[in-house]
Design a protein around this ligand. Structure first.
Ligand code: 6GU
Length: 226
């Protein structure tokens, strides 16, 4: 799997991919993440990547030329399964989308900024528009990092115990049950007896009940298939 991220703020994206699971996935050769600076494709004297919007109004718009040049440069090298635009007016990211995207080979992700990109980019290049929730971020970079993380961790071999992505919250529309580790008692606060019982049948049943109860309490929408 290869992910190319197109941004005007490449430094903002270095951190999330140089640590922990995403770093290891790249070191193991399971994922390649390439960050491209849109500004490098500006032919403008001042390396400008935005401009005033036609029709007037506050806020700059990301210009078509440098983004189109970068997209076409990448497309000349390989075929992309998806070209995703990160924008607050996109489809809200859910686990099912990450699951689907984890099965393709090449993804491009364009990070939005300012008032957004020239609409012609969306019309002619973008195959999918994604938001990570109903709130506004300063730019699409953090959202692109969230989307990338949610995809890469699903690739076979990325997590140490391959089954652990399968038991994540949301994979079966259930939240995860509570977890505990040593000590068995702290400040008088005890770990549930059943977890110390060694009876794996009982433990599994308890976890299922807890997961269901937690989902009913916190996210009943998941149970209703909403
Ligand atoms: Cl993808 N971009 C921005 N700017 N804000 C967001 C978002 C994306 N998703 C939620 N809020």
């Amino acid at each position: 799997m290869r992910i190319d991220i197109l941004t005007i703020l490449p430094d903002l994206l270095q951190g999330p991919f140089s640590d922990s699971i995403l770093k290891r996935a790249q070191e193991k050769g399971l994922a390649e993440i390439h960050i491209h600076n849109i500004r490098d494709y500006s032919t403008n004297k001042h390396k400008q990547v935005d401009d005033y919007q036609y029709g007037g109004g506050a806020g700059m718009v990301m210009s078509i030329e440098p983004i189109a040049a970068l997209i076409e440069h990448l497309q000349s090298e390989r075929k992309y399964d998806e070209i995703i635009y990160m924008t607050p007016d996109g489809e809200i990211l859910e686990q099912a989308l990450s699951n689907r995207l984890s099965l393709v080979d090449n993804i491009m992700i364009l990070c939005g900024h300012y008032k957004g990109v020239d609409e012609r980019i969306r019309e002619h290049y973008i195959t999918r528009e994604v938001s990570i929730g109903s709130y506004v971020l300063s730019g699409g970079e953090l959202a692109a990092a969230v989307l990338t993380d949610s995809i890469i961790r699903l690739l076979p071999g990325v997590l140490n115990d391959e089954t652990s992505a399968l038991t994540d919250s949301f994979q079966d529309n259930l939240l995860s049950p509570p977890v505990y580790t040593r000590p068995p008692e702290y400040n008088g606060w005890k770990v549930p007896e059943v977890l110390l019982s060694g009876d794996f049948g009982k433990i599994e049943k308890w976890r299922e009940e807890q997961a269901l109860e937690r989902t009913k309490q916190r996210r009943p929408d998941l149970l209703n298939g909403e």
